[in-house]
Design a protein around this ligand. Sequence first.
Ligand SMILES: *Cc1c(COP(=O)(O)O)cnc(C)c1O
Length: 393
Amino acid sequence: MKKLIYLDNAATTQVSEEVLNAMLPFFRQTYSNPSAVYSFAGEGKKAVDDARKQAAELIGAKTEEIYFTGGGSESDNWALKATAEAYSSKGKHIITSKIEHHAILHTCEYLEKHGFEITYLDVDEEGKISLNELEAAIRPDTILISIMMANNEIGTIEPITEIGRIAHENDVLFHTDAVQAYGHIPINVDDMNIDMLSASGHKFNGPKGIGILYIRKGVKIRSFIHGGAQERNRRAGTSNVPGIVGFGKAAQIAVETMKDRTEKEINIRDHLIERVLTEIPYVRLNGHRTDRLPNNVNFCFRFIEGESLLILLDQLGVCASSGSACTSGALDPSHVLLAIGLPHEIAHGSLRITLSEETTLKDIDFVADELKNIVERLRHMSPLYEDFVKNQK
Ligand SMILES: *Cc1c(COP(=O)(O)O)cnc(C)c1O
């Protein structure tokens, strides 16, 4: 079998061996319900407490401000729907951006159907919101600003500290979808003025189906999943102990390895960007050149369909993506690429490559070499490209 080169780490990551080993005892040995009173439940309860501490430490939060959920989408839904409900007597206006993940955008559409008004901020050509536009959008009835920390498609990191400062100066709550950022870049909820933050285990070598919502002490928020008294009465359901333990372990490892890991990823990322931009014509890098996730690369190749690139890369054992995993299969170009101002035909030629700690320079050189060949082959079959070349002469 040919070697698999997995470069779709923004879609999901491999559970690390240490994380898996930390989780295993909680399936068959210490499988008790941590809410039970007998001492057999004690070990599970302690493991959940420890994981909550590890999850909090990564973002400088207090342990009791971390709530475990069923993943990033649930955390986003909870933050938006339940604060909207809790603060609706103050106002019904929410500000977000056009490049959010669908877990935010579709929740906003739902809220619009229920009497809330949403402002969707534009972004510039590098994917950043404008702080002036944000300030101008705030009204007396604005209750919440939700802007993602880093974009899952183009990797751009938003000016979170300033957004949070503007929110607080105007007495508005600030939520950030940090699913792509948590474990990948330094975060401090106090320094960054964050009131609520979503993260997801499977985006940083933890398991799928487990996430957190950080809720600053004092923020009013309704319960989202009703039932038992788990998670301080705010999120019912028997605790996913193995998942929680895995999340905590992954968070602990992410803190310990962040500096070295991201330095290595940035080196490889920049090497790939450099090679593709210099060796392949009619390519653009999407997203901010430096304020971007350490592991994210996103290009548009003119005269080429992203889907064709993916199929040919797949034949070489390379897993990449042409946008987000959630929209692949849809024919519409990515809403993020349209929001940064790309015309449809260029947005269709996008390729996202997201690295992991395991990605080597050798893998990336292989991908760059093959991309050169593939792009050339595809362009030679493209009538658009032929016309373009003719007109150049
Ligand atoms: C993956 C992702 C989500 C959804 O997280 P799940 O745990 O898969 O539900 C939300 N927001 C962003 C930015 C993401 O990348």
